[in-house]
Design a protein around this ligand. Sequence first.
Ligand SMILES: [Zn+2]
Length: 546
Amino acid sequence: MDISKRVEELAIDLTNILSVVDTKDENNMAERIYEFFGEMDYFKGNPDNLKYVDVINDEVGRKSTLATIKGKKGNSDKTVILIGHIDTVGIDDYGDLKEYANKPLELIEKLKEVVISKEAREDLNSGDYLFGRGIFDMKCGVAIIMAIMEELAKNVEQLEGNVIFAAVCDEEGNSGGMLSVVPELVKLKQSEGYDYLAIIDTDYSAPRYVGDENRYVYIGTVGKLMPSFYIVGKETHVGEPYKGLDPNQIASNITEEFNLNMEYCDVAEEEVSLPPITLRQQDLKEEYSVQISKTSYIYFNYATHISTPDEVMKRMISGANKAFQKTINHLNSQYKTYCSMSDYPYSELPWKARVITYEELYKKVKEEKGEKLDSIISDLSNEMLKDDNIDERVFALKLVEQVHKMWSDKEPVVIAYFSPPYYPHIYVEGKEEKEKNLLEAVDKAIKTTDTEFDIVNKKFYPYISDLSYAAAPKENFVIEALKENMPGFGKRYNLPLKEMQELNLPVVNIGPFGKDAHKFTERVEKNYSFNVLPKMVYNTIFNLLK
Ligand SMILES: [Zn+2]
């Protein structure tokens, strides 16, 4: 099989179609792919196997494309799912070269005239790379799947089992494509009796450190949670600072506790996750005044390999408690010094460290207010739903704020909760049959693919992706810990958790090699990506179906 030429041609063709996330242009890709399959004899004879899947409740009106090839050899229900995202990030980073961002053949000439990094310059001059928005992330990957599907459609008599390709939109945004395709896949499983084996993604794969020449295959994927803290201090005039408790100071200590702290990382099979890092820390006082702020909030990005939401919540509570106590100790010691220097009598400050979950807060207020609480939450949610400008994080925050406001207890407290989004990690341990089969299929595909490259097999695709939605934690108490602590879950932000649990598939990313995804020097390396990778993906599919 020699499809490398075809892959290159398709990768350039797809890059030519602008499909920036959150724009109607994404549909141009969905339609191009639909057309591509629609022209094949197989799909002419089986038009039902090609369809669009609309994004649920999408303002932009976007859609994904689903193409299924059913093998005619034997009578196998075994089915492999391939996914690839059709959107890209924006093109403003190209500046003056914006009009060439989607024209790889012209861009390569234009880039010779501008300042780029030494490494990018070397790659440019080597002739081994193609540049362009999305060519690496991930139109090359989509091209690989399309070229493979084209081969399969021609040889459907020899294909034992089925292959489904979901070309999904909105991956760079809110995963609207994948999240609407997941329920569709569950439906197809029931109506067609498919026995799903695994999901293969061909998203980009970059060097892990400077000078890294390895090529990576990732069986499994990283997950992500957003630990958040709503911090209630005690207001005071700056003239009497020790009479108050500054929520900004507690917030800073919480940041100090979690930020880039390796103690909060997950290690699984010697692969360590990235440490937490703040994505926001701010107080909630709107005006300038000499009264200190009453409340503040923080949220973190928290990567997971094995930790579930309930486990992360436990760590959030104990870490925030530690930070709160540290703040109080510090204040007491400073206050003591102030008193002794001023010759005032010292008595210990009244603050007590306390951190509770949103779930606990809700229960306490519910006891006090009864049904009134739910109707106020629901009114506020509906009010906020009317305003598209309210960010999902702010949506959650406003609900915490509201529930806390209704509580009779006005003493300082930290409320721990989760902000959206949530991406489950998928750890392919090899304990279950499907996991074992995928591990073996990939291993064999790597060994039997003839190449001079060092291909390294890893466990967690390190870039947050749609692969996360192939499964969800099985235990209901884990799901509850998430839902009960994510204010407004199911309103603005939603996940098809039931369908994800039902799908429950191991995943692998076998992606092209390149550099600088999401930068204007984004580029894909041709030799590995066009010559080696398609064979490896193809072999993995066949090893699985066997
Ligand atoms: Zn991507």
